[in-house]
Design a protein around this ligand. Structure first.
Ligand code: URA
Length: 205
């Protein structure tokens, strides 16, 4: 488990809002974004879901996972008695890359201090990496996400050990419905780390 260097202070991190203001570290993303899309959900959530980067819907709405992938995530959370407001949801890169391209290595590393700060501030029981890109960013190695989905690995963030659960990206279930069971099983594993505070009131209805 490799220790990562302390996140450098970019001057754009707002500790109270667990968000970023006015970052201009990635010139192309400054051009392609309408806004910086910060994480949403409780600042002390047990579960922190981490995606890749905002798409067009998220760039419009200012919230991670509000498009089709978000619907899949919401549906699977509901199936295990959680709502999206019980968990925290964020992205490795907070600005929308144009044409939905993957964020470059430089963009990933520019945004990594913000992700580390969010993980350290929230202190989740479990970080859920939604897809190959977040898994590789978090673990610092190449990941075969279909083969490794459901596995948990430990990483060090700001001197603390954190558990990372590898999960398919929700969009994978849209491209290949056969992946739905694997996605559902992994979300079910995640709930084992959601304490009482993470229980949704939905189940009472
Ligand atoms: N895909 C992601 O990885 N993140 C989002 O916020 C939306 C779709």
């Amino acid at each position: 488990m490799g220790e990562r260097p302390e996140a450098q202070d970019t001057g754009c991190w707002n500790e109270d809002k667990l968000g970023v203001t006015g970052c201009k570290r990635c010139p192309e993303l400054v051009e392609s974004r309408n806004r910086i899309v910060d994480g949403v959900g409780p600042g002390d959530a047990d579960l922190l879901f981490v995606g890749e980067a905002p798409g067009a819907n998220e760039d419009d709405g200012g919230e991670p996972f509000v498009g089709r992938s978000g619907e899949v995530l919401d549906e699977h959370l509901r199936d295990v008695g959680l709502s999206r407001t019980d968990v925290r949801i964020t992205n490795c890169v907070r600005c929308r890359p144009s044409e939905n391209r993957d964020p470059s290595a430089k963009e990933r590393s520019n945004c990594r201090p913000y992700l580390d700060r969010e993980i350290a501030a929230v202190g989740p029981e479990l970080v859920v990496a939604l897809g190959k890109v977040p898994a590789e960013i978090l673990l610092g190695r190449s990941v075969a996400v279909t083969a490794e989905a459901g596995e948990i690995e430990e990483i060090a963030v700001a001197g603390e050990t954190r558990r990372v659960l590898l999960c398919l990206h929700p969009a994978a279930t849209l491209y290949d419905p056969n992946q739905r069971d694997l996605f559902a099983d992994t979300i079910s594993t995640a709930t084992e780390y959601a304490g009482d505070g993470g229980q949704s009131t939905l189940g009472e209805w």
